[in-house]
Design a protein around this ligand. Sequence first.
Ligand code: NAD
Ligand code: TYD
Length: 336
Amino acid sequence: MNLLVTGGCGFIGSNLVRMVLAERPGWRVVNLDKLTYAGNPENLADQAANPRYRFVHGDVADGPLVGELLRQERIEAVLHLAAESHVDRSILSAAVFIETNVRGTQVLLEAARETGVGRFVHVSTDEVYGSLGPEGLFTEETPLDPSSPYSASKAGSDLLALAYGRTFGVPVVVTRCSNNYGPYQFPEKLIPLMIANALRDLPLPVYGDGLNVRDWIHVEDHCRGLLAALERGRAGEVYNFGAASERRNLDIVRQVLERLGKPESLIRFVTDRPGHDRRYAIDAAKARRELSWAPAHRFEEALAETVRWYVAHRPWWERILSGASRDYYDRQYGGR
Ligand code: NAD
Ligand code: TYD
């Protein structure tokens, strides 16, 4: 199998590429990544010499490049992860989210259509469903009601993927997963940001009252779900992934501090994120039933393991935080 992974130098993509190369010995993986601020080839440095792996530096929105790559590599399946992925950045500057997430997805779908790719997995998020109140779960039938430019751009790309299925017969599967955590997550997202700040005795910025709820899943469980969707998903279908691990932000921040032996006085309540979704929670029954998929990690243990990973890989995140991301951090948190 010749597989194209887009965004393979990011958090989920790098975990996925490593898993595929280890667990699917007959597969060849081509990784197309633009290396934005979030893309880090170091995440896959251990695979650089693998003869079944090729990295291509490029933009998913570059039509001629993508078309040529699919033909030249005889790509049979696509796992499309490349995206601008951070809500707060989409609030500061939305245009690139439309360019990559909406237009980039359309360009890739068009190339998949022209070359007759056998399977196209579009990797999306539960954020397209908007916010839940205190009760209930997102199912695949929940209406799309995105709150941020990020989630709106993902909703747009989901609909394009499904439309390319219906109109042109591209065999698309859309997956919608809840919040991921684990190794190689860019330290702008809640869990790695809090770990990195706590380790440096910097304030931990908690938005609003800290009682927003996210439904956490370990990145390996998500990656296994993506492989299941690729291999067993039905064309034209949507599958939710989640691990039934709803936690309040503040409880997570407290757990991180406790694991690191740092005081709760580091917590700073800061101005809330505009349009901040209150609660996400996933019903993953369809994926469990149809894809024979189930998450394997338990949250508290896997969070402890994740904290240990960031402690052990301090040079990895320190290099990131000392570079261009410094400007973003000052813009996002400077005044608070
Ligand atoms: P990430 O920001 O860590 O990585 C994104 C990767 O895409 C980077 O390597 C970046 O260089 C690359 N990229 C960005 N624009 C590109 C372009 N125009 N062309 C080619 N490559 C480009 O993101 P992530 O957290 O790994 O998320 C991956 C995917 O999974 C995204 O589509 C995201 O919406 C989705 N998702 C993420 C989560 C989560 O909790 N992180 C949950 C559900 C779904
Ligand atoms: P995030 O990791 O950005 O994921 P998403 O917004 O896609 O769910 O944020 C997770 C939760 O943590 C969300 O409710 C916002 C909150 N949060 C903070 O309180 N402080 C922060 O500095 C960040 C980045 C997030």
